[in-house]
Each structure stands twice: as C-alpha cells, then as structure tokens.
Design a protein around this ligand. Structure first.
Ligand code: HEC
Length: 355
C-alpha cells in the first residue's frame, strides 16, 4: 500500500494551465533524507519501467528471485507496459463474485446497509450507485469507505484484510484513551479497533457461499484506491476491451527525439538517428516517417526513409547515408510517429551541413 502520495498535482499537461502555487508550496511533512533510503545505496538497481512494471505479490508468485523483506514473505511479479486498475473492469467482478451474495440491493436488508451491486445512476452523475457509496459518501454522516489515493486509511481496506492497515495500534495504552480520540482520527473516523469480521466472512467462505478474496484480489482493490479509484465513464459492457474516450484513453503523445542532424549547423552529416518510445498503447511502427526536403542517395526528396534505415537498438532508428550529405545551407527533415491510440509526435528539423 502506498505510504505517502503526492499531496497535490504537480505538472501541467498539454492544454492545462496551472493558476495556483500548490505542489511546491503545499508540503506539510518533513521530507525523507534520500541518503537514508535503500534507493541511495550503491548496490541498488533501478527498475526500468519502460520494459516492465514490477508488482508486489506473495513469495509463491515471485519472479524476481530476491528477498524484499525481513521475513522473506514478499515477491515481485512483472507485467509489460502500463498497469491500470479500473472500476468496471477490475473491481466490479470481484464484488460480484465475493460480496453481492450478502451485499445485494435486492435483498430485504443488504448486509451492513451496504449495497455492492447498485448500478443506478442519478441524473447528472455518471458513476453507478456502488461506486458513489464507496467513494463519494452522500453526506458527512455516511460512512466514508475509501479515501482515494490512501488505501491504508479506510474502512473498506480494513474489512478486506480483517484489521486496521494504517499502522495505528489496535489497542491504545491504558489511561490515554481520551488523548487519542481527536488526533488519532483519520479522515473523520476516530480511533477504534476494527469491528466486525474479515470480508467476506470466514463462515461464508467455509460453507461455499462465496469465493474468498485471493491475495491478488486484495492487492487489486488496494491498487485501485491508491491510483485514486479510477472509473471509465466511457465503459461499454458489450465491448469491454474498447478503450473509449474515458479513463482508459491514451492521451499522451509518443516520445520522439532526433539526435542527428542537430538543429542549426552540422559539420558533417553521415547518418540520421532517431529515438522513440510510447508508454501507453505503444508505437505504431507502420506510421513511422522520416522525410527530407532534399534528395538523399538517389532517392527523391520526400521519400520515406523509415523503410530504408534499420533498428539499431530498442527504440533507436538509424539511417546511414551511403555518402556524406552534400554541403547545404538549409535542409529540413521531418520525423513523425504515432502510438496505437493515434496520437502523433512530429519533429521538423532545419539545419545546414558544411563549414
Ligand atoms: C456472507 C455474507 C457476506 C459477504 C459474502 C460479504 N459480507 Fe460484508 N458484511 C456482511 C455483514 C453481515 C455485515 C454487517 C456486520 C459487520 O459489519 O460485520 C457486513 C459489513 C460489511 C462492511 C461494513 C459496512 C458498514 O457500513 O459498517 C463492509 C465495508 C463490507 N461488509 C464489505 C464487504 C466486501 C468488500 C465483501 C466482498 C469482498 C463482503 N463484504 C462480503 C456480510 C457479508
């Protein structure tokens, strides 16, 4: 579970404007001294997140072959590309399978007064009823089950683990109860040892009424909360793989760099070198284009050199000119590539070659 999240958003993305001073000026906690962290040790190998995403798991499912905690209970497994957790795709099926047998809206008295299969939508409100109940309590008196970005702190997490997970002690020292009433409150929920059983209740699992939550199910719910409880408002149940225009949309353009030729003066030009990467949907290599506005090696201006060059390394394209490019005072090279969502990055480079 995430220990501490960014407290406000930090960057603007294309089309966004930031009009306040949060981010830099809204920190309320003493920062960790980097020198004291495991990541500062010389032996620490950084994760290359462009290749695969490491996910915590049980030791049984470990793919890393390393020890991560003192008791050696934790494992790492890997998935390729970005890992997303979304309400309709990942959370609802877990609730359906292990919870609605008791928390169904059709029951006369849904368990605990909590309905976990409410698909109703209120006018002007897109999230279905269960999402609203879990994430947006209707008033200050209603239970706040989750706190987006802070899975450790809230009741839904405590109930699926059967204990508090925020690091606060289950029992407070005798005689100090009254001191704790106020400042141990988390998000308005005062200190109390977790009440009730683990969910789903052990008896219901034993009797075969519902399937238990697996370790991965619990982590899925926790990751969902720590990502801010994403929900795809463009989800189509008949077409669940479609990314649509909602949360699942890849709205980031590919990263694209052109190393040679450099902008401005180049003494020589012997090769064209391009670097490219896309984290979301991945590059659509069919869309890759490299064109010059001058003839190169018997090829007319405007020929797509992308087909002529070669992949030199992962994400690196190279086109070696058969002969040096002639001296020229102005040439233009245009490089572009799309990701599979259709976002395009384009570089138009003007340069000269020669003394
Ligand atoms: C066998 C029936 C049963 C199943 C299955 C079940 N629950 Fe419960 N749940 C209850 C009962 C009964 C209560 C009320 C008593 C209590 O709080 O322990 C409850 C209470 C809760 C509460 C507290 C509600 C409140 O406002 O106090 C939460 C949260 C919860 N369940 C979540 C879940 C989740 C999530 C699942 C599925 C992973 C689940 N439950 C599966 C029977 C069930």
């Amino acid at each position: 579970m995430v220990l501490n999240m960014a407290q406000t958003w930090h960057q603007s993305r294309p089309g966004e404007v930031r009009n306040d001073c949060g981010g830099c000026l809204s920190h309320s906690q003493k920062p960790t001294d980097f020198n004291l962290t495991a990541a500062a040790k010389p032996t620490y190998v950084p994760f290359d997140l462009t290749r695969r995403t490491p996910l915590l798991t049980t030791k049984k499912n470990d793919q890393s072959g390393k020890q991560w905690d003192i008791n050696d209970e934790t494992g790492l497994r890997y998935v390729t590309g970005a890992f997303n957790v979304e309400y309709h795709r990942d959370i609802k099926p877990i609730l359906q399978r292990s919870c609605v047998a008791c928390h169904g809206g059709k029951a006369e008295e849904p368990a605990g007064g909590l309905v976990l299969d409410d698909e109703s939508r209120q006018p002007g409100q897109n999230p279905p009823g269960t999402y609203r109940a879990l994430v947006h309590p209707k008033d200050t008196k209603s239970m706040r089950y989750t706190w987006p970005f802070q899975s450790r702190n809230r009741y839904l997490t405590w109930r699926i683990f059967g204990r508090r997970t925020d690091g606060f002690p289950e029992k407070i020292a005798p005689g100090t109860e009254s001191d704790h009433a106020g400042h141990l409150a988390r998000g308005g929920l005062p200190f109390s040892p977790s009440k009730g059983s683990i969910m789903p209740p052990v008896d219901a699992v034993k009797s075969g009424k519902v399937a238990p939550l697996t370790d991965e199910d619990r982590r899925m719910i926790v990751r969902w909360i720590d990502l801010g409880c994403p929900i795809d408002h463009d989800f189509d149940a008949k077409n669940p793989d479609r990314r649509g225009n909602g949360w699942m949309l890849d709205d980031q353009r590919p990263t694209l760099t052109l190393t040679y030729p450099q902008a401005g003066a180049n003494k020589l030009l012997t090769r064209i070198v391009v670097g490219m990467y896309d984290y979301g949907t991945g590059l659509d290599m069919e869309s890759f284009q490299v064109t010059a506005d001058f003839p190169i090696a018997n090829m007319a201006a405007g020929t797509n050199l992308a087909k002529q060059g070669r992949s030199k390394a992962d994400g690196v394209f190279e086109f070696v000119l058969p002969a040096r490019a002639p001296v020229m005072t102005k040439g233009t090279l245009t490089v572009s590539v799309c990701d599979r969502q259709g976002n395009t990055t384009r570089i138009v480079r003007t340069f000269s070659v020669g003394p």
